[in-house]
Design a protein around this ligand. Sequence first.
Ligand code: SF4
Length: 231
Amino acid sequence: MALKSTPARAAEFRRRLLRWFRRHGRDLPWRRTRDPYHITVAEFMLQQTQVGRVQGYYNHFLERYPTVESLAVAEPARVREAWAGLGYYRRADNLHLLARTVVEHHDGIIPSDPAHLVLLPGVGRYTAGAVASFAYERATPAIDTNVARVIRRAFHPRLGRGREQRRLWETGAAIIPRRNGPTAWAFNQAIMELGALVCTARVARCGECPVRPACATGRRKETPQGGAKGA
Ligand code: SF4
């Protein structure tokens, strides 16, 4: 059967992805909250550290600095102490600076608009989208390495490297649910989860993938084992 047109395929991709996530999404501490500060802490920790390692540090850090105000007034050395074990201390410095900026210039409220978020210390385009989506349920794309891989394999398997980023963000914006709300939140969590658990960098497990009927790579690169080599 021929692949459906992109809008129809995007709708099927969304539907299948969301259904899978409801059953298989991991219960992670930052998925139980919409607190913008807590989400921001998680996103900074996840920038260069895997989910399994971040969980313990996340709880420990928030016990020590439960609010953006408490972090803003902390001594820099104490913040680094609370970050110890996670490495890449630049993230701790940036998070601390972000807290001070939010308290001084945003009345202690982390912005909800990605265009404002991206101006904060240590916040790039992905983190801005993630905080807007995971804290405020904004229907905005959040494309990290895992999500980029899924979108590329599913919608642009032949995409040239030169214009990759622009195209992936355009498609990310086109396939996310239109309205702000819990479904937009779930979609971003789900596509990230698919990239972490099924459509991984090492191997695309197409044989067990919920979106396979809507995925260009999954439909083209079948193997007898039901897998597809990484694209
Ligand atoms: S079908 Fe295969 S390539 Fe497509 S999203 Fe699933 S695992 Fe990735």
